[in-house]
Design a protein around this ligand. Structure first.
Ligand code: SDX
Length: 393
């Protein structure tokens, strides 16, 4: 109690919401999209099937899937003026900075899908973002490496189209490697949604004010960039590179355990999972598949990662605090092997998470009881006081 204010100890702000989209059991390491285990979706389906499931609540029939794929491919090109928009950035801009800006700028180019009260416009905005965010991501990459933009080729599947837009150059034929495309498609499935994580909560809060969907997804993209969240895949790879060899692991384990050292093992720990992140297991398997396909026999970074995981999981600090590898621990090794620079890792996370953000935004907007989000606080500042003249301060 300070001054005239008394705190109500019973005041708690549990910022939670109801949703039917994704279920996580953090203790058991379970992740379900609309009730389907992530392991089965990653094994048997493709990313656009997962997009349909997250948006519509059911797996598509063959006809529904064909129609959905067709509708998405009809929206993959971006307004030609957006190409000029990119010219405003420095070449060394971080691609995530470009993504935050260009996704937000979509509301300046696609006025006919910003009225959130119109279900048709909501659907068009959703299609446009799922279809165009990969194109913008590829453009962000090409711009930072000084190569010409590559237009989408709609005869390719979603992920092959994205790989071609990133890695094709006009001077040469480009053939998509189907094994790498399938692996990246699976990685997109793993990253598609994850309940009320920081970036999804950001999208919901922005959407609750009635902001247009492009602005909401731009807000989520900005939040995802943080190293404690989606930026962890970039940070984890940099950490593995800094550790360099298995001999250095004990030094970094000690730093991670030192309360006075801000260093944390990037790619380890989770707000919800107190068991192994089910996505990390699938990610590790995919890493081995990609390295085998590329003929990379012994990747020193993978050796460090596997040994770091082994040591950490047998250390009482990590066991007691229930810290396990999360999805970001192995993803960077895979993406680097595929040819992506570390600066693109979180961009790829954003490409995949766009559908989760949209599905969660749509669920909130279509809930007639939803109101503007307004978290409260526990005030711990000064009690009311009178203004002193400057001479008496
Ligand atoms: C993602 O929310 C989501 O769903 C996110 C995500 C998604 O799909 O959207 O899953 C994606 O963001 C995965 C997380 C990626 N971030 C990282 O890998 C960064 C490294 N990890 C952390 O910084 C950390 O684990 C967090 C941010 C993820 C969680 O931090 P918390 O909330 O502090 O974790 P906690 O409460 O479980 O921590 C328990 C203890 C704490 O110590 P004490 O205060 O009890 O003494 O473990 C410590 C933490 O300091 N701890 C770590 C650690 N993570 C937590 N110690 C060393 N290394 C770590 N990585």
């Amino acid at each position: 109690q300070t001054g005239m204010f008394t705190y109500d100890p019973g005041f708690t702000s549990t910022a939670s919401c109801e949703s039917q989209i994704t279920y996580i059991d953090g203790d058991k390491g379970v992740l379900l999209y609309r009730g389907y285990p992530i392991e089965q979706l990653a094994e048997h389906g493709d990313f656009l099937e997962t997009c349909y499931l997250l948006l519509e609540g059911e797996l598509p029939t063959a006809a529904q899937k064909a129609d959905f794929d067709y509708r998405i491919t009809r929206h993959t090109m971006v307004h030609e003026q957006m190409a000029r928009f990119f010219q405003g950035f420095r070449r060394d801009a971080h691609p995530m900075a470009v993504m935050v800006a260009s996704i937000g700028a979509m509301s300046a180019f696609y006025h006919d899908s910003t009225d959130i009260s119109d279900p048709h416009q909501r659907m068009i905005a959703s299609m446009r973002m799922i279809a165009k965010v990969p194109t913008l991501a590829a453009m962000a990459y090409k711009y930072t490496i000084g190569q010409p933009f590559v237009y989408p080729l709609n005869s390719l599947d979603y992920t092959s189209n994205f790989l071609r837009m990133c890695f094709a150059v006009p001077a040469e034929e480009y053939k998509v490697n189907p094994v790498l495309s399938r692996a990246l498609d699976r990685i997109f499935i793993l990253h598609a949604d994850h309940e009320q994580n920081a970036s999804t909560s950001t999208v919901r809060l922005a959407g609750s004010s009635g902001a247009n969907p492009f602005a909401c997804i731009a807000a989520g993209t900005a939040c995802l960039w943080g190293p404690a969240h989606g930026g962890a895949n970039e940070a984890a790879l940099k950490m593995l590179e800094e550790i360099g060899s298995v001999d250095n692991i004990p030094k970094y384990i000690a730093k991670a355990k030192d309360k006075n050292d801000p260093f944390r093992l990037m790619g380890f720990g989770h707000r919800v999972y107190k068991n192994y992140d089910p996505r990390a297991k699938i990610m590790q398997k995919t890493t081995h598949e990609v390295l085998n396909e590329l003929g990379i026999k012994d990747d020193p970074l993978l050796d460090v990662a596997v040994e770091l995981e082994r040591i950490a999981l047998s250390d009482e600090y990590f066991i007691e605090k229930k810290l396990y590898p999360n999805i970001d621990f192995y993803s960077g090794i895979t993406l680097k092997a595929m040819g992506f620079p570390t600066s693109m890792f979180t961009v790829l996370f954003a490409v995949a998470r766009t559908v989760g953000w949209i599905a969660q935004w749509k669920e909130m907007i279509e809930d007639p009881s939803q109101k503007i989000g307004r978290p409260r606080q526990l005030y711990t500042g000064s009690a009311q006081r009178d203004y002193p003249p400057i001479g008496r301060r």
